[in-house]
Design a protein around this ligand. Structure first.
Ligand code: FES
Ligand code: FES
Length: 153
């Protein structure tokens, strides 16, 4: 049995019909078609699937889509303005925070949430905020530098 709901993602309302057990990640990727958020572990371990729900980061692989009905979901696609990258996205490129890119959408979401809550974080605060996002490529330093470069600007 499917249930009708409306998911609001990056400011656009999507009427959907979902099985009750569908994760928010599956709904956004497979039903709505926004594939920026990635499925890594599917078990709340890697952060690749991170989205903002009412401005707070969460692992969308472990959150039921129907629980997001009536709330605001933001994915990495919502960070840019048209073709214009956000300052944080640009900084990830400039500081070597992107290699294979698999972790990048989740990293950007976590960093966005941090900077929204605390515009001038310390390096330690950045590292703590990103501790739920795993990266197997960059060694993290470029990512942290990118966030600090944008902080307070
Ligand atoms: S895919 Fe969700 S935390 Fe890894
Ligand atoms: S850039 Fe490859 S996992 Fe982070």
């Amino acid at each position: 049995m499917k249930v009708a709901a409306t998911l609001t993602v990056n400011g656009v309302a999507y009427p959907v019909e979902l099985h009750p057990g569908t994760s928010l990640l599956a709904a956004v990727r497979d039903v709505i078609g926004l594939t920026g958020a990635k499925e890594g572990c599917d078990d709340s371990e890697c952060g690749a699937c991170m989205m903002l729900l009412d401005g707070k980061p969460l692992n969308s692989c472990s959150y039921l889509a129907l629980q997001a009905d009536g709330r605001e979901v933001t994915t990495v696609e919502g960070l840019a303005t048209g073709d214009e990258l956000s300052p944080l996205q640009r900084a990830f490129l400039d500081y070597g925070g992107v290699q294979c890119g698999f972790c990048t959408p989740g990293m950007l979401i976590s960093a966005t949430a941090l900077l929204d809550a605390k515009p001038t974080p310390t390096e330690e605060e950045v590292r703590i905020a990103l501790s739920g996002n795993l990266c197997r490529c960059t060694g993290y330093d470029g990512i942290v530098k990118a966030v600090l470069a944008v902080a307070g600007s």
